[in-house]
Ligand binder design. Structure first.
Ligand code: MG
Length: 158
């Protein structure tokens, strides 16, 4: 069996009065993400991990934020397209692991739903999808509530 590993990283700025989408789930919050798409920073990091595993570039190249086609795009759709590219090359996902750093709101209770949604979009099992949430103990831009930072790792096999 052959394996590939990829990592992804993304940051989005927070601003009041915008929707907050994280890992495919609408998070109740007075703040949301400034973005060209729906701003789902967790899905963006995950897409980059999957693309990185196969050296297929990154989502900025695939879905340019200068293009009207991806304006307010549902990031779940972007993930579906990335998964099509992965499978078209004969690869399957072994597992993915995502760490979301966000000071507020607390999102721990939403993690099971995030895993369900991502597994369903990627057509894999929930057990293959890990989502972890942390604060940064009020340190840095995340701790000041200015943004959200996400790291993702994906392992692929064929
Ligand atoms: Mg992004």
């Amino acid at each position: 069996m052959e394996f590939r590993i990829g990592q992804g990283y993304d940051v989005h700025q927070l601003a009041p009065g915008l929707p907050m989408w994280l890992a495919g789930v609408a998070v109740p919050s007075e703040f949301g993400f400034v973005a060209h798409s729906d701003g789902d920073v967790a899905i963006h990091a995950l897409c980059d991990a999957l693309l990185g595993a196969l050296a297929l570039g990154d989502i900025g190249k695939l879905f340019p934020d200068t293009s009207d086609e991806w304006k307010d795009a549902d990031s779940k759709e972007l993930l579906r397209i990335v998964m099509e590219k992965v499978r078209a090359k004969g690869w399957e996902v072994s597992n993915v692991d995502i760490t979301i750093a966000l000071q507020a709101p607390k999102i721990g209770k939403l993690v099971p739903r995030m895993r369900d949604v991502l597994a369903s979009v990627m057509d894999i099992e929930k057990e293959q999808v890990s989502v972890k949430a942390t604060t940064t103990e009020r340190l840095g831009f995340v701790g000041r509530g200015e943004g959200c930072e996400v790291w993702a790792v994906a392992l692929l096999h064929k």
